[in-house]
Design a protein around this ligand. Structure first.
Ligand SMILES: Nc1ncnc2c1ncn2[C@@H]1O[C@H](COP(=O)(O)OP(=O)(O)OP(=O)(O)O)[C@@H](O)[C@H]1O
Length: 314
């Protein structure tokens, strides 16, 4: 049985007369990565804050790890880990001391648990700086330390609010590897990010938040198929075959040099099969065919209404 780690229904939140979340619904199966995308100010952090019990929703139900965030906040808090945009690192302490403090708080004991601290320092590539004060850390090192601190209590659900913002490519990769390892351990991850390639790389499902509503939800592939620009490309053996095919598929555009036809399509199995059937009716075989989808940047721009014309023109 698949259980939902997080279930959100009819979630609304207003600040004064500004409606930030206007009735949103989603479910996240346990052991998956869900990524919430949206332009600045869309309400991503507000969503994270409601789900992690930091602020109360105006209406709707939110269950995290089976508990209601409004009435069972304590149970929710003990099941989750949160790494925020503003790292919870204490700058006066060293990296090692920050981690140790978290161990002490989590375990309710002052006994030094050197092994978990050392293994986290190693895992996050922080051994060399472990005994330097966190004030000397770069933004990226601070983020890594912050996530390491989140992992001390082995939470089953982790909220990562823009975990790689400001990280150099190598640190981003380290983060991605760690996120994948967590996933392999069955942890559920709620990820907000401004990097669409990150969502593409890591997320099982993506939701796009715009003006208080979820304007799209699906796997990265499903989202890419929804927007203009998706097409099927056929390559033919001869110019004669290309001529015939262009007659059969008048909606296509042809490239005589490459012997290819580009046919607008949602790229789904049904549509591709229908195209192949139309060629088959004329006993025409393509040498090869491929489905081309726009990348997530295109999806994001199209769905959130920014620069749609530019996307369509591609
Ligand atoms: N405590 C608050 N009081 C009033 N308005 C708020 C409060 N918190 C957030 N907002 C407003 O709610 C909207 C959504 O903010 P939120 O931080 O959730 O967006 P976001 O999608 O996380 O944006 P970003 O990508 O810039 O972090 C913004 O217009 C913000 O100004």
């Amino acid at each position: 049985m698949t259980t939902s780690a997080i279930a959100v229904s009819g979630l609304r939140k207003t600040f004064g007369d500004k409606t930030v979340l206007d009735g949103i619904d989603f479910e996240i199966p346990a052991g998956t990565v869900f990524s919430l995308l949206g332009p600045n100010g869309a309400g991503k952090t507000t969503t994270v804050n409601v789900l992690t019990t930091l602020i109360k929703a105006d209406s709707g139900t939110v269950r995290v790890a089976g508990h209601d965030v409004a009435t069972e906040a304590k149970a929710v808090r003990s099941a989750i880990g949160v790494t925020g945009q503003f790292a919870a690192v204490d700058e006066l302490l060293t990296g090692r001391e920050n981690l140790q403090l978290m161990v002490d708080l989590t375990r309710g004991s002052t006994k030094v648990d050197k092994r978990i601290v050392d293994s986290l320092l190693e895992r996050f590539d922080l051994v060399e700086s472990a005994d330097k004060s966190a004030a000397t850390y770069s933004g990226g090192m601070r983020r890594k330390l912050d996530l390491a601190m989140t992992l001390v209590g082995s939470p089953r659900i982790i909220f990562l609010d823009e975990p790689t913002t400001g990280l150099d490519p190598r640190s981003r990769r380290t983060m991605w590897t760690i996120i994948r390892e967590l996933l392999a351990d069955g942890v559920t991850i709620f990820l907000t990010t401004q990097y669409l390639d990150e969502a593409d790389e890591l997320a099982d499902r993506i939701a796009v938040l715009n003006q208080g509503k979820l304007v799209a939800e699906g796997t990265p592939e499903e989202l890419k198929r929804q927007i203009p620009g998706t097409h099927v490309r056929f390559r033919f053996a001869t110019i004669d075959d290309l001529d015939v095919a262009a007659g059969i598929l008048p909606e296509s555009t042809r490239d005589d040099d490459a012997l290819t036809l580009r046919v607008p399509s949602d790229g789904g199995t049904k549509s591709v099969r229908a195209l192949l059937d139309r060629l088959d009716e004329h006993s025409l075989d393509a040498e090869e065919f491929s489905v081309h989808t726009p990348d997530l940047d295109d999806v994001f721009l199209a769905l959130t209404g920014h620069d749609t014309a530019e996307v369509v023109a591609k």
